[in-house]
Design a protein around this ligand. Structure first.
Ligand code: OSB
Ligand code: MG
Length: 370
């Protein structure tokens, strides 16, 4: 489709409650929403970069810069045919995968709107609803954590992930396990340990966890292999897997037994699907990670998670877990069986609420050809 203009929206949205991980505490979620205009249609995408470079090196600021100065000129006025065509055009930009992925998402939305197909159909998704869980940030104390988890269990979440960091790992996880002996429970360290300091995590092996997510540094695939050898619990990689190639490295090195797929981290939905397929061929189960997305990114995650090898519940919670007011007319709700319905409308299947976008807007800029 011939891209006629691109509008970038830098948003700042207050989270319902602060979200704390081993790398920091978010009170407001910033993101960049990308609107691509072509043939009288608008496709929306979400760049999931954060305000601070804590999860990875990208930020809303670097994404804005790369989107405006480098990605936009490569697609502006061009007939971009599909995701592969887009990826070929931006292949000369090294890294900045979250920025690229935001544009690819908007392109899928455009293509779906033109062709009358949902993202789920376009990606080859099979399920109409997907199993989900909730990711709970670090709390003041194990007691407060158990109270928070209790609230989510009462809402119907059948799988809970808790964030851990050195000094707040075994105690927190044990407290939740004690309160909920049968809960599907997993932990996420966001790269807070070294091979040495991760020895403190040994007691986690007796807590019947679904997985231990990203204990070591993002460039430590080989050390994850060494750690996995010492644990019965599956290690799951998030930050370490930034391309289908990295997924192959991790699988060949036996660095993990599960992979978390985030389209943003992998540079786009197309690479998310490729990574999914590679994992399926190697009997590595995957699940869909989350980045505290707005309903735009959430719609994308739901469509991706409907592919067959997404066999573990995703970090895709109901809209009301994140924001008091989201930026789409639709909102996603939790079904009693801890699932969320995959949108059925064309493209992402969501409608942007312009007034909500305006309410959260820090900056907006429209780029045009010429
Ligand atoms: O590591 O999975 C992560 C949020 C921001 C950055 C990294 C992560 C997360 C989450 C939130 O765990 C999951 C969600 O969107 O609900
Ligand atoms: Mg993670």
């Amino acid at each position: 489709m011939k891209i006629e203009s691109i509008t970038l929206h830098h948003l700042r949205m207050p989270l319902i409650s602060p979200f704390e991980t081993s790398f920091g505490r978010e009170i407001n979620r910033e993101c960049v929403i990308i609107a691509l205009n072509a043939e009288g249609l608008t496709g929306y995408g979400e760049c999931v970069a954060t305000r601070d470079p804590g999860y990875n090196y990208e930020t809303t600021g670097t994404a804005w810069h790369i989107l405006k100065e480098f990605i936009s000129p490569l697609v502006m006025g061009q007939d971009v045919k599909d995701a592969l065509d887009f990826q070929n055009r931006v292949a000369g930009i090294r890294g900045h995968l979250l920025a690229k992925a935001g544009v690819e998402m908007a392109l899928w939305d455009l293509l779906g709107k033109r062709g009358g197909k949902s993202l789920r159909e376009m990606l080859g998704g099979e399920r109409e609803k997907v199993e989900v869980g909730v990711s709970v940030g670090l709390q003041e104390s194990p007691e407060v954590l158990v109270r928070s988890v209790t609230g989510y269990v009462e809402q119907g979440y059948a799988r809970v992930k808790i964030k851990i960091k050195p000094g707040r790992d075994v105690g927190d996880a044990s407290a939740v396990r004690k309160a909920f002996p049968n809960l599907h429970l997993q932990v996420d360290a966001n790269s807070a340990y070294t091979l040495e300091s991760a020895q403190a995590l040994k007691p986690l092996d007796d807590l019947d966890l679904l997985l231990i997510e990203q204990p070591l540094f993002e460039d430590d695939i080989w050390d994850h292999h060494k750690l996995q050898e010492q644990f019965r619990t599956p290690i799951c990689l998030d930050e370490s897997v930034v391309s289908p190639r990295h997924a192959r490295y991790a699988i060949e090195m036996k660095a993990c037994r599960v992979i978390n797929i985030k389209a943003g981290r992998l540079g786009g939905l197309s690479q998310g699907v490729e990574t999914h397929d590679l994992c399926a061929a190697n009997q590595i189960p995957v699940w869909c990670g989350g980045m505290l997305e707005t309903n735009v990114g959430r719609a994308s995650n739901l469509a991706l998670a409907s592919l067959p090898n997404f066999v573990l519940p995703g970090d895709i919670s109901a809209s009301d877990r994140y924001y008091a007011r989201d930026i789409t007319d639709e909102s996603f709700t939790l079904n009693p069986d801890s699932t969320i319905d995959v949108p059925r409308g064309p493209g992402l299947g969501v409608t942007i609420n312009e007034s909500a976008m305006q309410q959260y807007s820090l900056a907006v800029q429209t780029l045009k050809a010429g």
